[in-house]
Design a protein around this ligand. Structure first.
Ligand code: SAM
Length: 298
């Protein structure tokens, strides 16, 4: 895999963009599985449109206990962020920003208040792919959706303001599955920029199934559970930055004017749904170190 560069670009088939397609495949598998806690009926369309043989094969194969692990973990993550936006809307927050939106279809799936606006920020090619696939399938956003093709390592906040974001109004921010791809400096800059734009009462949800990826430790888990090898030949270590080089997002928020309202792991999220995770999920979480955070701007 091509190493990351400060100015690298990607689409849905390459680099970090491919991770958006991988997690869409997990959402599709979770949706089709027994008792999904979140349903994304558009997720499968992305995998079909991308015609990625590996992920298409995954969707068509009979699931096993091991291949269901990541779809299940991503299912509870999807629900965590779905509930975050639904609660923010119910509390009267009508402005939302989804940073690193990837192939997330919340603008199309969730119920949004009439006057709401949702800004989606990601690489231009990723958002173009999403918009085109959904338009071809006849999907219509349930809110005013504003895609912003921008690099989160650059002046994305200026693009957001230029697109009509109103810093005087509270906002619901989500940072889902994004921070591991940023260096410590880029992560701090991103959190600083969004904090500057956050009126009192704004909310944020941050989370990632893997806040950390250690290829050696993961290989040890997959040696016992070969069905977990669902990353194709993608070297996630080459895409991500270890947490030791980044601030802990919960600590960062607390030190910068946010009141934490929840901090947990995927195991906690599964407990919300009455699930007691099998040993393999506990082992995966020990390696990936999931983290989910809610906070409100003071
Ligand atoms: N949040 C989406 C979800 O959960 O379905 C996508 C998660 S995917 C694992 C990571 C996403 O972050 C990709 O869509 C990728 O393009 C985006 N991303 C990572 N680094 C980025 C950057 N520097 N600028 C813009 N987008 C970025």
């Amino acid at each position: 895999m091509t190493p990351r560069a400060d100015d690298d670009r990607w689409d849905i088939h390459t680099g970090v963009g491919y991770t958006a397609l991988v997690v869409a495949a997990w959402r599709a598998l979770h949706t089709a599985g027994p008792d999904p806690v979140a349903a994304d009926d558009w997720a499968r369309a992305f995998v079909e449109a991308a015609a990625d043989p590996y992920l298409s094969g995954l969707l068509d194969a009979a699931p096993t206990a091991d291949t269901a692990v990541f779809p299940t973990l991503y299912g509870v993550q999807t629900r965590f962020f779905d509930e975050f936006f639904t609660a923010a809307s119910a509390a009267g927050i009508a402005q939302a920003v989804i940073l690193g939106a990837g192939l997330d279809t919340r603008c199309y799936r969730l119920g949004w208040p009439d006057e709401s606006v949702v800004f989606e920020v990601d690489q231009p090619a990723v958002l173009r792919f999403k918009t085109a696939v959904l338009a071809e399938r006849g999907a219509r956003p349930a809110t005013r959706r504003v895609p912003i093709g921008a690099d989160l390592r650059g002046p994305w906040a200026e693009s957001l303001l230029a697109a009509g974001f109103e810093p005087g109004r509270p906002c619901a921010w989500s940072v889902e599955g994004v921070l591991p791809y940023l260096t410590g400096a880029d992560q701090d800059a991103l959190l600083t920029a969004l904090t500057t734009l956050s009126a009192a009462g704004s909310r944020i949800a941050i989370g990632a199934l893997g806040s950390h990826f250690d290829a050696e430790q993961f290989a040890a888990v997959t040696a016992e559970h070969p069905g977990l090898q669902i990353f194709r030949d993608v070297d996630f270590s080459a895409l991500t930055h270890p947490p030791e080089q980044r601030a802990d997002p919960a600590d960062w928020l607390e030190r910068h004017g946010w009141a934490l309202t929840r901090v947990g792991t995927t195991l906690d999220l599964q407990a919300d749904h009455g699930a007691s995770p099998p040993a393999v999920m506990v082992a995966v979480d020990r390696v990936l170190r999931s983290q989910y955070v809610h906070a409100t701007r003071r």
